[in-house]
Design a protein around this ligand. Structure first.
Ligand code: GTP
Length: 122
């Protein structure tokens, strides 16, 4: 598996499109404690899905920083981002994660790898 870690910083987001056409899966990491920026997250995810470069592939949303006070529970994060509607034609799932302790990461990674298209050849 080849993984590209794309920066979420605004000035680098335009680089995402260079990697989308060959992508077999997306792991989209959200800071679930940063409620003020959720509208930016929603817009960016929507643009990623509707830009035309990404083909249908599994999408795992990591509701990260679950350990921080005020972090939204994953169901609430999904609701605020409108994921059910936005991702209705995609295979997707959401996982509460803590990248510092590793909690939730394996579950999310396993889900993603088990939903990869088995017919893909590089
Ligand atoms: N408390 C907490 N802090 C986290 C967690 N995940 C990452 N961090 C911290 O958040 C900060 C940013 O982490 P990065 O891994 O640099 O974030 P990033 O999104 O990859 O950054 P860019 O690549 O610049 O977009 C660091 O200080 C991490 O230690 C988490 O689950 N909980």
């Amino acid at each position: 598996m080849t993984v590209f870690d794309m920066s979420g910083q605004g000035r680098y987001r335009n680089l995402w499109t260079n990697y989308l056409s060959g992508a077999e899966a997306v792991l989209f990491v959200v800071d679930s404690s940063d409620i003020l920026r959720l509208c930016v997250v929603k817009d960016e995810l929507s643009a990623l899905l509707t830009g035309g470069e990404l083909k249908r592939c599994p999408i795992a949303i990591f509701a990260n920083k679950m350990d921080l006070p005020g972090a939204l529970p994953q169901a609430e994060l999904a609701r605020r981002l409108g994921l059910t509607k936005m991702l209705r034609t995609w295979k997707w799932s959401i996982f509460a994660t803590n990248a510092l302790t590793g909690e939730g990461l394996e579950e999310g990674a396993k889900w993603l790898s088990s939903h990869l298209n088995p017919n893909h050849t590089q």
